[in-house]
Design a protein around this ligand. Structure first.
Ligand SMILES: [Zn+2]
Length: 197
């Protein structure tokens, strides 16, 4: 349909989440119709973001600073650390504005089928934070899946010797659901209805 540059662009767009070959073609066309106004600013924003992005050494969030803006914010409630599977869950909680504590990004859940073991998760750093006395309560906000439940049990056993209270988010997270997919009201209810793990 187009030259090699255009086909390459479409092939890359088609790999993005929520995109397929058809929507990639549509997006490429929209961009190509306004190269100066749409395409070059987008290309610059992508280069700038790619060069600036850092993984926070404290919590695992993605930001342009390390520690991230959340970890560095003196107004956050440092007594609370909310453990999430991925950065998408953290961003969903932030967008809802219902939680004012700190985070810890685990980087997934234990999964026998997916071959994910304890060594693949960012759990040692969480244990270190608990042992250093960072946070009085650790809230496990993992998805309501079998793997999420297995991971929550494993983490609460791991954290038991530390002087922290471990809680789990309550009702509201539908079975099989992930935090990222919840609306703000359901997220707020899940965080409020947390119980001892
Ligand atoms: Zn951070």
């Amino acid at each position: 349909m187009g030259g090699p540059e255009i086909e390459h662009l479409i092939a890359l767009l088609a790999k993005l989440p929520g995109m397929g070959p058809r929507s990639a073609r549509r997006t490429a066309l929209k961009l190509l119709q306004q190269p100066e106004k749409r395409m070059l600013p987008l290309a610059k924003a992508m280069v700038d973001a790619a060069r600036a992005v850092k993984t926070c050494a404290v919590c695992g969030n993605l930001d342009s600073t390390d520690p991230c803006a959340i970890c560095a914010d003196p107004h956050r409630d440092r007594a609370l650390i909310c453990v999430v599977e991925g950065v998408g869950d953290l961003w969903a909680l932030e967008r809802s504005g219902i939680y004012r504590g700190l985070y810890h990004v685990l980087g997934g859940t234990l999964s026998a089928l997916g071959g994910v073991g304890p060594e693949d998760l960012n759990a040692d750093a969480l244990l270190a934070r608990a042992q250093e006395g960072q946070g009085r309560e650790i809230i496990l906000a993992l998805g309501a899946t079998v793997d999420g439940a297995t991971t929550a049990h494993w983490l609460s056993d791991l954290l038991r010797p530390s002087a922290v209270t471990v809680t789990r988010v309550g009702q509201g997270v539908p079975i099989g659901g992930t935090l990222e997919g919840l609306d703000d009201g359901t997220l707020a209810a899940a965080i409020r209805a947390r119980r001892s793990a």
